[in-house]
Design a protein around this ligand. Sequence first.
Ligand code: NAD
Ligand code: MG
Length: 384
Amino acid sequence: MSRRDIVLLGATGSIGQSACRVARDLPDRVRVVGMSGFRNMPRLAEEANCLRPEALAVPDAEAAKELRALLDYAPTEIFTGADGLEALAAWSDADTVLVAIVGTGGLRPTLAALEAGKDIALASKEVLVMAGEMVMAAARRYGRRILPVDSEHNAIYQCLEGRDPHHVSRLILTASGGPFRAWPAEKLRAVTRQEALRHPTWRMGEKITIDSATLFNKGLEMIEARWLFDMDIGHIDVVIHPQSIVHSMVEFVDGSVLAQMSHSDMRFPIQYALTWPDRIAGTLPPLEWPKLGKLDFEEPRYDVFPALDLARAAAERGGSAPAVLNAANEVAVAEFLAGRIAFPRIWEIVADVLERSSGAGGDLDALLEADREARERATSLAGC
Ligand code: NAD
Ligand code: MG
């Protein structure tokens, strides 16, 4: 039985909080040696006082001062700023870094962690959407493993274990369909922030909740799967499954399908990623089949939710196109949450920014530049 010593990036978020709970439930298996938080210092202090990480990272000196005053122990180090986040990701006592920062803020720390020889438990899908090729190449170069925390990818990882890749014909991502799954298209223009934030099956951070309502979450996940499993985007499909019990499936060349199922609780994939290759008994509740009743599956409404086709097109174009899609979406979601644009504008802005971008690829600097330009364009479109 081995213990993982982890750095938890994004400890104050929805995934971060579930990860803290997993660590509290499995003290012999998971020790949190580092934690970062961005805005909510009281919450970071609460978790730190409980799990006592040696090192912490916060955005600036002011946050560090606030945090220090709330801590009831003296950590070895409190890092600040973007460099501090990378230093925490490379913390010498850690063997694994759980990246749960929303958006692309997790990219540099992920690369820093790989370079420092850490395995990655990855929740932040935006990291792979933006720079999947680079991150997977870095993992290979440093001989490290990327264990997916995103429930769909964690499910596929479980279904693929020990299988011959030549036997796989298709990855099938399930999607709840979000709160507007059955809404008529014409009602979507009047969707409110509150309606979009009411996810039917999962409790998550605001950005991913809006992504789930537009189906951009599933679009991002198609690209994430493309890199994690080295699968051509043409072999990655999506099916709507409103109950969120089947977390995803793998279809094999003989027509057989393996699926992974559990309650819709992120502690399942987090615990699996942090205790892999073991399975731990007794912390999470199994499914009660008669209570489930039935499981439904349906085709996505591609015309009403254009996010899936946009993501597929970006993946097919390659280069910086997925980074551009991701950046434009981040801006559009923030604009929607701020009440400045209507819900369907999110799709329109992403489509517009993608169409105008060259999509040229390149190194990390080129991707960061494409990301910056896409954000600028999306911001100006949102203001029109
Ligand atoms: P959240 O908004 O609840 O939390 C985000 C965390 O990131 C917080 O700890 C915040 O302090 C930190 N953060 C935000 N901006 C930052 C920045 N610029 N620099 C450093 N830290 C920053 O988000 P979440 O729902 O926990 O999602 C986190 C990631 O996990 C996202 O990429 C999301 O797509 C992915 N994910 C989430 C879920 C879920 O159930 N919540 C499921 C699958 C994947
Ligand atoms: Mg997911």
